[in-house]
Design a protein around this ligand. Structure first.
Ligand code: NAD
Ligand code: TYD
Length: 341
């Protein structure tokens, strides 16, 4: 089988490329990735010479590049996207072109090339925000209510995938997953930013009151969920995927990281809140559990320990990522924020 993975040089995509090559060693994997600031071929150094793996640098918004990559493909697993909420607040335009238009270009090409299965990777953020301290959870029937340019653009891409399924009969599946974390996570996101800041002797910046809740899932558990969805061969359907049974605020996550790293709580600093900051995410993953037998295998404590250890052992990787353009982003996002207080 030939598998086209888009965004395979990013955080989750690179784990999935590695996962697929290991678990489906006879398949041919093509990774189509533009290599934006978030794409990094260093995430794939261990598999780049695998004879079953090909990398193509290309833009999912470019119909010619996509058509070329789609030739002979049986399965598409679509990760490529602009993914950071704070960047979507600073500069929303790329989120619309990549996440919405890019997805439509891929769908059109998948239809033309008669691919057997299009799996779209989405997020729980399309469902909006839940109240704190309630038993509410997102599930497959929760109405869409995106509140950031990132989640709005991801919602647009989900609607297009379903539209291509309903209107043109393209066999699709969608997974709406909660926040992932683990090795190779770009250090603009909360957990890797916290860990690498601490390793640099800096503090963990906490937005607002720190009581916002995210439903964290270790990245390899997400890869396994996607694999099960694809292997089930049940198309035209959606699965919610999440990690935690209990709520953990950002402040609690920061304190867990400090405790594992043996650092004092004064290494936390509160900064101006994010605009439109979603208060709480929590995912009911009973459908994928009942239908496909999936459940998370890595606990939050284990996952944080593994992740911290990886960043401690891979300073060259994250120091390179945190140099250059990243510094400009950090200045704009954090230093100005603190000065405005
Ligand atoms: P990431 O930002 O680490 O990686 C995105 C990848 O897409 C990069 O390699 C980048 O170069 C590539 N890309 C961006 N624009 C492109 C374009 N126009 N053409 C081709 N490639 C392009 O993202 P991630 O955190 O690995 O997320 C991957 C997917 O999973 C996204 O669709 C995201 O919405 C979804 N998701 C992420 C999370 C999470 O917590 N990270 C949770 C749920 C769903
Ligand atoms: P993030 O990792 O950006 O993921 P998302 O916004 O897609 O959920 O942020 C996770 C949570 O951490 C979110 O509530 C915002 C918060 N946060 C901070 O408090 N400080 C930070 O420096 C960052 C990046 C995020």
């Amino acid at each position: 089988m030939k598998v086209l993975i888009t965004g395979g040089a990013g955080f989750i995509g690179s784990h999935f490329v590695r996962y697929w090559l290991k678990n489906h060693p006879d398949d041919e994997v093509v990774n189509l990735d533009l290599l934006t600031y978030a794409g990094n071929l260093e995430n794939l150094l261990d598999i780049e010479k695998n004879p079953h793996y090909t990398f193509i640098q290309g833009d999912i918004r470019d119909p010619q590049a996509v058509d070329k990559a789609m030739a002979g493909v049986n399965l598409v697993v679509h990760f490529a996207a602009e993914t950071h909420v704070d960047r979507s607040i600073m500069e929303p335009a790329n989120f619309v072109t990549t996440n919405v238009v890019g997805t439509q270009v891929l769908l059109e090409s998948a239809l033309k090339h008669q691919v057997d299965h299009f799996h779209h990777i989405s997020t729980d953020e399309v469902f909006g925000s839940l109240e704190l301290n309630t038993p509410e959870k997102f599930n497959e029937t929760t109405p869409y209510d995106p509140r950031s340019p990132y989640s709005a653009a991801k919602a647009g891409s989900d609607h297009l995938v379903r539209a291509y399924g309903e209107t043109f009969g393209l066999p699709y599946t969608i997974s709406n997953c909660s926040n992932n974390y683990g090795p190779y996570h770009f250090p603009e996101k909360f957990i890797p930013l916290a860990i690498t800041n601490l390793l640099e002797g800096k503090k963990i910046p906490i937005y607002g009151d720190g009581l916002n809740v995210r439903d964290w899932l270790f990245v390899t558990d997400h890869c396994r969920a996607i694999d099960l969805i694809i292997l089930s061969k049940k198309t035209m359907t959606t699965y919610c995927v999440g990690g935690l049974q209990k709520d953990h605020s950002n402040l609690e996550i920061a304190k867990m990281i400090l405790q594992i790293m043996n650092l004092p709580e004064d290494r936390i600093e509160f900064v101006t809140d994010r605009l439109g900051h979603d208060r709480r995410y929590s995912v009911d993953w009973s459908k994928i559990n009942q239908d496909l037998g999936w459940s998370p295998s890595v606990t939050l404590e284990e996952g944080l320990k593994l992740t911290i250890k990886w960043y401690q052992q891979n300073t060259v990787w994250w120091k390179r990522v945190k140099s250059g353009q990243y510094q400009e982003y950090y200045q704009k996002q954090y230093l100005d924020r603190k000065n405005n207080e």
